[in-house]
Design a protein around this ligand. Structure first.
Ligand SMILES: [Zn+2]
Ligand SMILES: [Zn+2]
Length: 446
């Protein structure tokens, strides 16, 4: 009888320790929530463009320092030396154990906010081309920063529950996909502890606040920017026989390039080739010398990306040749290196492990497997080509009543990057902090 009582008591203990930790976490988040919501609104009203995250990074660094992290600012080196990298690296060592990296982005977008919220951004600034632009956290990186700070606070306050080295980074220039590369180039993994795991979240403009969605494996595509210049021989619009018209060749190239994905690529390997811009000529009766096409290519697998690039070159060169353009005026293909983003590959084992841990913190019904996407991110770069297991999950942000109304009416909700994107702060932040804290504790718990 005594043994049975003892066993019952012990069994109760096993169940109640995580439950108690969960209660403590909930109570701590409750206490911090009002302050976190005002931090969110403050960040939302003060967005900064990519490569200019000066005040955001200084705020983040000060907050992390106050929590006891060792903080280094201005980590990163861009290809353009005149740009300052506002990367923040905050390290908290807490005994022997795994090194876990958590990343937030810092930058906002040149979008004029039209939500009409009391804390809407009215910020205007000059862009790199010296044009005045409005600025908005239209990708919700303010949600990420606030969730990240809340997570840092929870982990700093519960150091007795975990061990290892926590590396929390504020990454600049995600929207221009050169921030992660800049931080790595400046010794993110040599000057600071190299992680065993990398974690991030991104808000979703479709999912209800309070929920998390995820996908194991390839979750977002790589992105490659290509400038393709079709060169001909210009002349009078009324004397085409004396020219090699690059407008006609460009028109053929636009159509022919669409056969790469549809005819050359396996339908089981997702790929997109979009020509988003085509420019050539100045006047209707002049055949121009060249036409410029701006392309974006999205793939999951590197070999698919390489195949598409080779095919673009082959098709463009041969169509120009067929039109009689001399070899020394063959089309040129330029890959914009600074705009390349690798695909986001969620390590399947890590993904399932963390998704289960998140389900324990926010409820099983609130964690849902979603579809992968063809949009891109530079978080994948931090995994060093899949060497470091990485996982990014989607955080719901939208008022559930609005999601329901959109479902009923069939009218889509404003997407990310929209001037009308409107996260619901409190339940979003609560789920974001609980999910990320739960994820880190799963990897670092004692
Ligand atoms: Zn974005
Ligand atoms: Zn984003």
């Amino acid at each position: 009888m005594k043994t049975r009582l003892l066993l019952t008591f012990l069994a109760g203990l096993v169940v109640s320790v995580p439950a108690m930790a969960q209660q403590t976490l909930d109570a701590m988040i409750d206490r911090e929530m009002a302050a976190l919501v005002s931090t969110y609104k403050m960040l939302h009203a003060a967005p900064e463009l990519s490569h200019r995250e000066e005040k955001t990074s200084a705020f983040l660094a000060a907050q992390l320092r106050a929590l006891g992290f060792t903080v280094t600012e201005r980590v990163g080196r861009y290809e353009r030396p005149e740009w300052i990298s506002y990367g923040v690296v905050a390290v908290m060592k807490n005994g022997a154990g795994p090194t876990v990296l958590v990343r937030t982005e810092l930058d906002a977008l040149p979008v004029e906010e039209k939500t009409g919220l009391p804390y809407a951004s009215t910020v205007k600034t000059k862009n790199d081309a010296n044009q005045e632009v409005s600025v908005m956290h239209a990708c919700g990186h303010d949600v990420h920063i606030t969730s990240f700070l809340g997570t840092a606070k929870m982990l700093a306050a519960t150091k007795e529950q975990w061990r290892g080295t926590l590396v929390m980074i504020g990454q600049p220039a995600e929207e221009t996909v050169d921030g992660a590369r800049a931080m790595l180039a400046d010794g993110l993994y040599t000057r600071f502890p190299k992680p065993d795991f990398a974690l991030a979240l991104h808000d979703s403009a479709e999912v209800e606040a309070g929920k998390v969605t995820y996908f194991p494996g390839y979750a977002m595509a790589s992105s490659t920017s290509v400038d393709l210049v079709i060169r001909g021989l210009g002349g009078h619009g009324a004397r085409p026989e004396t020219t090699k018209d690059p407008v006609v060749i460009a028109a053929q190239v636009v159509l022919a390039l669409q056969t790469i994905v549809s005819r050359e690529n396996s339908p089981l390997d997702p790929a997109v080739l979009t020509i988003g811009s085509i420019h050539g000529g100045t006047k209707r009766n002049i055949i121009p010398d060249e036409v410029t096409l701006l392309l974006t290519i999205r793939t999951y697998k590197e070999e698919v990306r390489q195949h598409i690039l080779a095919s673009i070159e082959r098709i463009a060169k041969n169509l120009a040749l067929a039109a009689g353009v001399p070899a020394d005026r063959a089309p040129t293909l330029k890959i914009i290196e600074s705009e390349i983003a690798p695909s986001t590959f969620n390590d399947p084992d890590l993904t399932e492990r963390i998704a289960a841990a998140i389900a324990r913190t926010i409820g099983r019904d609130n964690v849902v497997k979603a579809q992968p996407l063809m949009v891109s991110e530079d978080f994948g770069r931090l995994s060093l080509d899949h060497q470091i297991p990485a996982f990014m999950f989607w955080l719901g942000t939208i008022d559930p009543a609005r999601v329901e109304a959109s479902r009923k009416s069939g009218k889509p909700l404003p997407s990310l990057h929209s001037s009308l994107f409107e996260p619901l702060p409190e339940p979003t932040l609560r789920a974001g902090i609980k999910a990320m804290t739960g994820a880190v504790l799963e990897l670092m718990k004692k």
